[in-house]
Design a protein around this ligand. Structure first.
Ligand code: GTP
Ligand code: MG
Length: 202
C-alpha cells in the first residue's frame, strides 16, 4: 500500500467521542516508550504526526489519524508507566480497556514489544486479557536496529517459545524498526488485506 495522505483528526479520553464514520481502524498499544508513536510516523512517512519522546508517558489520549482518507491509525497511551501514580495508571488502563472492548471499528490491535527485553509479566498478562476477550491482535517487535541480527533472532525465538507455553497458536508477528523502516511493507500489506474485509460486528 502506498500512503499518500495522513492527518491528525482528534484526541480524546472517551471512546464514545471517537470518530463516528465506519472505517477500519488499527490501534497501536504497548508499554510506555516501546515505540508506538515512532512506528506510526514510520508507517505514514511523517516525522511528527504522532508525538514521540524519550520520556515515557508522552501519549495520554486516544489519538486518531486518518490515512489515505479511508482508514484510521490509533495511537493509544502506553501502559505500565512506573512514574505515574496508581490513580493515573488505573485511569489509563480504564481508557485503554474501554476503547478496546467497545470500539467496533477496531479491526486489529497491534501490540508492540521492545525486542531487546525478555518477556515481561505486564505484556503477557495483557495478552491473556486480550485472549479472554477475543480481541484480534498481532505482535510487533520494535527497535530491531538496536540488536545484531543474531541477537534479534535469539531474542524473538525466546519470546515466542515463552508465548507457546501459554498459547496454542501464535498471532501474526512483525519485526520492525522505526529507524531503518524494516517491517513497514509487511505491516502495510497486512492492513491493506484487512481493509478489504467487512467491518466486524461487536
Ligand atoms: P509513550 O507515548 O510515552 O507511551 O511512548 P511510545 O511507545 O509512543 O514511544 P515513542 O515512539 O515516543 O518512542 C520512545 C523512544 O524510543 C524515543 O526516544 C524514540 O526515538 C525511540 N524509538 C522508537 N522506535 C525506535 C526504533 O525503532 N529504533 C530506535 N533506535 N529507537 C526507537
Ligand atoms: Mg506515544
Amino acid at each position: 500500500m502506498i500512503v499518500n495522505t495522513a492527518r491528525f483528526v482528534i484526541s480524546n479520553s472517551d471512546v464514545t467521542k471517537c470518530p463516528t464514520d465506519n472505517l477500519h481502524e488499527y490501534a497501536f498499544i504497548g508499554r510506555s516508550n516501546v515505540g508506538k508513536s515512532s512506528l506510526i510516523n514510520m508507517l505514514t512517512n511523517r516525522k511528527d504526526l504522532a508525538k514521540t519522546s524519550a520520556t515515557p508517558g508522552k501519549t495520554l489520549l486516544i489519538n486518531h489519524f486518518l490515512v489515505n482518507d479511508s482508514w484510521y491509525i490509533v495511537d493509544l497511551p502506553g501502559y505500565g508507566f512506573a512514574r505515574r501514580n496508581k490513580e493515573g495508571r488505573a485511569e489509563i488502563s480504564r481508557i485503554i480497556k474501554s476503547y478496546i472492548l467497545n470500539r467496533k471499528q477496531m479491526t486489529n490491535l497491534f501490540l508492540l514489544i521492545d525486542s531487546r527485553h525478555s518477556p515481561q509479566k505486564i505484556d503477557l498478562e495483557f495478552m491473556e486479557w486480550l485472549g479472554e476477550n477475543e480481541v484480534p491482535f498481532s505482535i510487533v517487535f520494535t527497535k530491531l536496529d538496536k540488536l545484531t541480527s543474531s541477537a534479534a533472532k535469539k531474542a524473538i525465538e525466546n519470546y515466542l517459545s515463552v508465548l507457546l507455553e501459554q498459547w496454542e497458536a501464535l498471532p501474526p508477528i512483525f519485526k520492525t524498526s522505526s529507524e531503518d523502516k524494516r517491517g513497514r511493507d509487511e505491516l502495510l500489506s497486512y492492513i491493506e488485506e484487512m481493509n478489504k474485509l467487512p467491518l466486524a460486528e461487536k
